[in-house]
Design a protein around this ligand. Structure first.
Ligand code: HEM
Length: 157
């Protein structure tokens, strides 16, 4: 069981770095970018900081997904996915899948180009939309962390 304790610790370290970063981008970086008057400066400030974070988010997404599936397989927890009371298991996979699609497929394929074009043409509405989507993702992620810790330590829903 020691290896599971180790993998589980890695899982949580990955979650802390990843969701902590999402929280920073949502509650600190994006409001600061919004207050920057020059639209061109807004784009370059956001790109410089969030671009670095995107690589960290990609690495932690892989770590969290791999460790999560490993624990599920070794403990054979697949049956939980048939029970609504384990909604937090579904929520973990949902959050992970959302970020995986965004970071590995949508962003490199079209989202980045869409952002650059729209941030130039309509900076106000583009940054407002990005901030709103980040807020939704952050709330869902925090509810998931809450459910996963409470659920895996005995709280029944
Ligand atoms: C592919 C995606 C994922 C899978 C398969 C997965 C699977 C698991 C499993 C099997 C556990 C242990 C449950 C138990 O001990 O009963 C766990 C714990 C946990 N997971 Fe995930 N997870 C995934 C993604 C995530 C994500 C995206 C988050 C955060 C938003 C997250 C947060 C947590 C937390 C906070 C715990 C509780 C750790 C503890 O208190 O010991 N997981 N996960």
């Amino acid at each position: 069981m020691d290896d599971i304790a180790f993998v589980r610790a890695l899982h949580v370290v990955g979650v802390v770095l990843w969701i902590g970063g999402v929280s920073f981008v949502t509650t600190v970086l994006l409001p600061a970018v919004r207050r920057t008057k020059d639209p061109q400066e807004r784009v370059s400030l956001f790109e410089r900081i969030e671009g670095k974070f995107a690589w960290q988010a990609r690495a932690t997404t892989v770590l969290v997904g791999a460790s999560g599936f490993y624990i599920t397989e070794v403990w054979n927890l697949w049956g939980r996915f048939y029970s609504a009371s384990f909604w937090w298991m579904h929520a973990m996979v949902l959050v992970w899948a959302l970020f995986t699609v965004m970071l590995f497929i949508a962003e490199p394929l079209f989202l980045h180009r869409w952002f650059l074009r729209n941030a130039k043409e309509e900076p106000e509405s583009t940054f407002r939309l990005i901030e709103k989507l980040h807020r939704i993702l952050l709330v869902v992620s925090i509810l998931t962390v809450f459910g996963a810790v409470a659920g895996s330590h005995g709280m029944s829903f």
